[in-house]
Design a protein around this ligand. Structure first.
Ligand code: FES
Length: 100
């Protein structure tokens, strides 16, 4: 298990970017009282999804407004067509963790 951050670090209204020790960037989301995590890099271009916004369980990319499901990483709106990786988040003692 890999610790991402404290649950309280994730704002209610915007994603949080977490950069791992190896430089890999993730986007962490709080939505509907749950926590979700995907790769931060959009599969359509060099955009940080953590700079986008979440609506209806989707992360909307700040560049071209394509979207992905934050739970599965599946593309939901064009121009995104290639899935991103999604990670199962568990919360323990106030910390958010993923398996990688
Ligand atoms: S770079 Fe994300 S939709 Fe184009």
């Amino acid at each position: 298990m890999l610790t991402l951050c404290r649950a309280s670090d994730v704002p209610a209204d915007e994603p949080l970017q977490v950069v791992l020790d190896d430089g890999h960037a993730l986007a962490v989301y709080r939505w509907n009282d749950g926590f979700y995590c995907t790769d931060d890099l959009c599969s359509h271009g060099e955009a940080s999804l953590a700079e986008g916004y979440v609506e209806n369980g989707q992360i909307f990319c700040p560049f071209h407004m394509g979207s992905f499901c934050i739970s599965t990483g599946e593309p939901r709106a064009a121009p995104c067509s290639v899935p991103i990786r999604a990670y199962k988040v568990t919360e323990q003692d106030g910390e958010l963790r993923i398996e990688r």
